[in-house]
Design a protein around this ligand. Structure first.
Ligand code: 5GP
Length: 179
């Protein structure tokens, strides 16, 4: 695996290896397996960025669980657009369900801050958040992920589902911008 890559106009260097990610995702799955025995949680995976994290985590579960996918955010280039749009709706009935939101990264927290009240209208029994990455120092909205893979600094990252203008999602490791 190369330690430095270029995508479009930017240079990136390796930040989290495939092995580090795999180990941490297993640990998160272990915690969820313990916490959700006999609760049949419904995972809501937020597309696009969470698809790889969601698939890897979900495969490690040994409890009864369901998963669905929803698309909410338009994120252009390297700055959060701040515009949340639902383009694939939630069809599952979440009334009285134990919901776990799967998010690739919580940055400002705006996305989940806007989305969670919409879910609460449907009166789920509980809502928790599992985020692979958390830029905790820049989270300005009151969003507190319950399961966090890695707390990371405020630098743009790609790979393992996360893109830079469409590219980089297929990288097995996570890379951080160097400039
Ligand atoms: P928030 O609403 O918390 O500010 O941002 C959440 C969304 O912004 C994430 O789901 C992700 O799509 C995008 N995002 C935030 N930081 C990064 C980053 O460093 N890299 C990439 N590729 N996307 C990011």
């Amino acid at each position: 695996m190369k330690s430095r890559i270029r995508i479009h106009d930017k240079e990136f260097e390796i930040f989290l290896t495939e092995e580090q990610i795999e180990k941490r995702v297993s640990e998160l799955a272990d915690e969820i397996n313990r916490d959700y025995q006999n609760k049949k949680p419904l995972f809501i995976s937020i597309l696009n960025g969470s698809f790889i994290f969601s698939a890897d985590l979900f495969r490690q579960l040994n409890i009864e669980a369901e998963i669905c996918f929803i698309k909410l955010v338009s994120y252009k280039g390297m700055k959060s657009s701040g515009k949340v749009t639902t383009s694939i709706g939630l069809e599952e009935d979440i009334y009285d369900r134990e919901v776990i939101i799967l998010e690739d990264i919580v940055d400002t927290g705006r996305t989940l801050h806007e989305f969670i009240p919409k879910l609460l209208h449907q009166q789920p029994r509980s809502i928790k958040i599992a985020a692979l990455l958390h830029k905790a120092e820049v989270t300005e909205f009151p969003v507190h992920p319950d399961y966090v893979g890695f707390t990371i600094p405020d630098k743009f990252v790609v790979g393992y589902g996360l893109d830079y203008d469409g590219l980089g999602r297929n990288l097995k490791a996570i890379f951080q911008v160097t400039t």
